[in-house]
Write a protein that binds this ligand. Sequence first.
Ligand SMILES: *[C@@H]1O[C@H](CO)[C@@H](O)[C@H](O)[C@H]1NC(C)=O
Ligand SMILES: *[C@@H]1O[C@H](CO)[C@@H](O)[C@H](O)[C@H]1NC(C)=O
Ligand SMILES: *[C@@H]1O[C@H](CO)[C@@H](O)[C@H](O)[C@H]1NC(C)=O
Ligand SMILES: *[C@@H]1O[C@H](CO)[C@@H](O)[C@H](O)[C@H]1NC(C)=O
Length: 346
Amino acid sequence: MWLRGLGIALLVWIPAALHAESVERRCRAPELRDGYFLPLNESYPHESEITYGCDTGFKPIVEGWWARSICRNGVWVKEPQCVEEKACLPPDIPNAENEKKSKDWYENGSEIQFECKAGYSFNKPNNTARCIDGTWISVSDCVERPSACGRPPKIPNAVVLQNQHQELFDEYSKAVYYCKDGFLTEDEERMKIVRCIFGNWTAGPTCTPSTRLGTKVTEPSYIPIDNCGSHPLVPNGEPLVHRSDQLKYTCNRYYKLVGPEIVRCRSDLTWSELPTCKENYCLLRNGAYEELILTKDEYILNNEKKEFECLSDKYLFKNYAMVRCIDQELHVSECCNRAQINLRMC
Ligand SMILES: *[C@@H]1O[C@H](CO)[C@@H](O)[C@H](O)[C@H]1NC(C)=O
Ligand SMILES: *[C@@H]1O[C@H](CO)[C@@H](O)[C@H](O)[C@H]1NC(C)=O
Ligand SMILES: *[C@@H]1O[C@H](CO)[C@@H](O)[C@H](O)[C@H]1NC(C)=O
Ligand SMILES: *[C@@H]1O[C@H](CO)[C@@H](O)[C@H](O)[C@H]1NC(C)=O
């Protein structure tokens, strides 16, 4: 188990090292007004952390009286910032649709309009919240609608298609049950739509093993990816949500995708076939070719070439060699000077 873990760690580590030079930039010390931070330095490496606090009468723009920020490729996440105590942080009103890309903070006295989540409504006819001395005060609250439904009930051999996980559903909203592979509803369909009617869902399907081998059963049956849970890990690859029922894998630089690019969730809640990310580079080790001047290991993508300087020849011309990566094998040319190369003498 330990060895296997190590293998994966190595696989994952290699691309991280490859990216190190291009992506992982250092952060400069933050410009923090009305506050202080530790440790002090002029610059900070990628992934390093600082902790900050604010002067009297001020607070960080995240919950708590102190906060941390992490350096991610040259940017502090979140940028350290101290605001007046009487300012408000973005609202977190229970059961409301709290805006996701709202402002970092709001001045004392500012007002916002908010909406309730599905299944909830205001108990007073006013959807305004006001920032007063650091706290959001709202006239009305989001309360459960009596006509709302909870989650559709569990039914054997079926799943519910749902794009986001929600606890409550407004009246008249729809949900779709899907029978698992080889099972059909009482109407010999793969799926059945139910509706929320004043606090109750209409009857769901009864999924029973299908006796017929009709066309409906042999259709490939894929369902939204949320039903299959967390996205499967492909070493050196990255899943992107392509559509609500498809993941699209891309491989990290220096790796090549082999197998299906699109991965889907089957109605039996398993993932369709996964691709793999195969190495697609040659490694030119520092020191492996004595005549080349290298300062570090170099990676060359398949079908690409890179020129390297060689040790100077006896006439003290600069010499160069071309290194090609073909089918993951290195091909290193002779060392020649520019004149020889231009005259195609080598
Ligand atoms: C500042 O950063 C350098 C390089 O990362 C490190 O060697 C040094 O110890 C740091 N100084 C402080 C005060 O943390
Ligand atoms: C914040 O705003 C409220 C309402 O506008 C006001 O009554 C209060 O005095 C303000 N607080 C401060 C500290 O200025
Ligand atoms: C709603 O509440 C806000 C904040 O308390 C208040 O300023 C506003 O006048 C109210 N609106 C109505 C229509 O009652
Ligand atoms: C939902 O259905 C149950 C049983 O069928 C019933 O007892 C209940 O009153 C219904 N709820 C509402 C809000 O109509």
